[in-house]
Every structure is written in structure tokens, then in C-alpha cells.
Design a protein around this ligand. Structure first.
Ligand SMILES: Nc1ncnc2c1ncn2[C@@H]1O[C@H](COP(=O)(O)OP(=O)(O)O)[C@@H](O)[C@H]1O
Ligand SMILES: [Mg+2]
Length: 237
């Protein structure tokens, strides 16, 4: 057991015989914003799918969410412990309007800071103007905003955000960074996986580097910002 909100301990994950995640361990503490940086194919999306129990990935090790071991739980049970997911590629539904995505996801919350469809529309007025439009008819940037809004209205303790910079303009990237920076004010912690160094360094406080399914380096964003040598070495940027 652990005091962390999320504690991943010696997680291994396999697609059939391919051993993708290798002894991955890290924590996210309450109200912390953490980024896992890694190039394409390093295992970032697999990490989220393994935490959530998606796609029948074979996994070994321990994942604790709010002190509960979720390794033997179904995805919906893990989600109900207070984790929401913003998948790579957004995974919105063509048959649902923007507003329907939010109404269906909305999970009331007894605490002081409840996210509602109306309050996320204040955060993202661009999608409020598109309320009745099918989720998949939106621009990439609008789909990203809707995917984040959908996660917020679940009123989770923790949001897992998979490559939010992908497929969106620099303007929307700025909006996403701003929203990430203010999550703690609403009692939400963030775990982000990214290739985009600028977004990760501005959105998060702590950085882990994932190379070939292993965490090879841990540092604060402050230190990593100055450490051009490690940026080149691990990320080739
Ligand atoms: N469904 C799958 N079946 C088999 N191999 C997969 C599958 N999804 C991803 N992989 C492999 O796992 C590795 C990690 O992929 P992924 O987690 O998507 O990386 P990232 O998100 O960092 O780009 C890659 O080598 C990829 O080819
Ligand atoms: Mg990915």
C-alpha cells in the first residue's frame, strides 16, 4: 500500500510474447502533475492501457490507485476509483453530439469543486458553440478539448492524458497547457505521456523518461529544462 494517489510498482506488460513495459515504477502524489516523456513506440500508450486494464494486455506487477490494487479489476471498476482517461486520438463517438458526450460522462461529485457540462463549457467556449455537432465532426483541436472536458466532468482524482499535443494547433496546445496548470485548483492530479517536450515541461512538475519500456531517468521539470544534454540523449530533441 502507498500514500500516493497512483503507485505503479514493477509493472511489466506484454502483447503476446512482446515484452513492452519492463519493471516500470513511479508515483503520482495528490495534486501533483507528472509527465512521462518518450519517443514514438517507447510504450507510453501501453502504460496507460496497462494501468486501466484495456485491450487485454497481459500485465504483471502492482498498480495502486488511492490505495486499492487495481491489477485484478475491470476497467470500469478502476475508473470508478476516480481516474479518467484522455486517449490518444480522442475516441469520440460519431453518433453523439458534443453535449451528449458530456451529459453521459458527467458524474456528480459531492466536493466543493464539481465539474459540470456548464463549467467545462466556460473553460472551452469553442466547444460550447458546437454543442449540437457530432463529436467526430469537430476539428482536431475541438476534439481534444472535448476529450479533456469529458474527462473533467467525470470529476476524477486523476486524469491520464495520452499525447494531448498530437494533431492540434499551437494555439490549442497553449490552451491545453493552461488547463493542465490549473488542475490542482480543482483537486485534480495529472499524469501525462508526451513526446512534446515544451508541453510536458510547462504542464508538469516532475518528469520520468521512458526508453524501450523502461523508466531510465527521473527529474524535476525545472532541472530537465536546463539539461540540454539529457534532452538530446533521451529524446533526440
Ligand atoms: N496492440 C498491439 N499489439 C502488439 N504490439 C503493440 C500493440 N500496440 C503497441 N504495440 C507495440 O508496443 C510498443 C509500444 O507502443 P506504444 O505503447 O503505442 O508506444 P508509444 O505510445 O510510446 O508510441 C511498440 O513497439 C508497438 O509497436
Ligand atoms: Mg502512444
Amino acid at each position: 500500500m502507498s500514500e500516493s494517489l497512483l503507485s505503479v510498482e514493477n509493472l511489466n506488460a506484454y502483447y503476446d510474447k512482446a515484452h513492452i513495459l519492463q519493471d516500470v515504477s513511479f508515483q503520482v502524489n495528490p495534486l501533483e502533475r507528472v509527465a512521462i516523456l518518450g519517443r514514438n513506440g517507447m510504450g507510453k500508450s501501453t502504460l496507460f492501457k496497462s494501468i486501466l486494464g484495456l485491450e487485454k494486455i497481459r500485465r504483471e506487477g502492482d498498480v495502486y490507485l488511492n490505495g486499492h490494487n487495481v491489477m485484478n479489476k475491470e476497467t470500469f471498476e478502476t475508473a470508478n476509483l476516480g481516474v479518467a482517461y484522455v486517449p490518444q486520438g480522442w475516441q469520440l463517438f460519431p453518433s453523439l453530439s458534443v453535449d451528449e458526450h458530456l451529459q453521459i460522462a458527467h458524474t456528480p461529485h459531492a466536493g466543493e469543486h464539481e465539474w459540470t457540462p456548464d463549467s467545462v463549457y466556460e473553460l472551452f467556449p469553442e466547444i460550447k458553440a458546437r454543442k449540437k455537432v457530432s463529436g467526430t465532426k469537430l476539428s482536431g483541436g475541438e476534439q481534444q478539448m472535448l476529450a479533456i472536458a469529458r474527462a473533467l466532468v467525470r470529476n476524477p482524482w486523476l486524469i491520464l492524458m495520452d499525447e494531448p499535443s498530437e494533431g492540434i494547433s499551437t494555439f490549442v496546445i497553449e490552451r491545453v497547457i493552461e488547463v493542465c496548470q490549473h488542475m490542482a485548483e480543482r483537486n485534480v492530479s495529472l499524469l501525462l505521456v508526451e513526446q512534446n517536450l515544451d508541453l510536458a515541461l510547462r504542464a508538469a512538475q516532475k518528469v520520468y523518461i521512458l526508453v524501450n519500456g523502461r523508466i531510465v531517468y527521473t527529474t524535476s521539470t525545472e532541472d530537465f529544462k536546463e539539461d540540454k544534454e539529457s534532452q538530446i540523449h533521451y529524446l533526440g530533441v
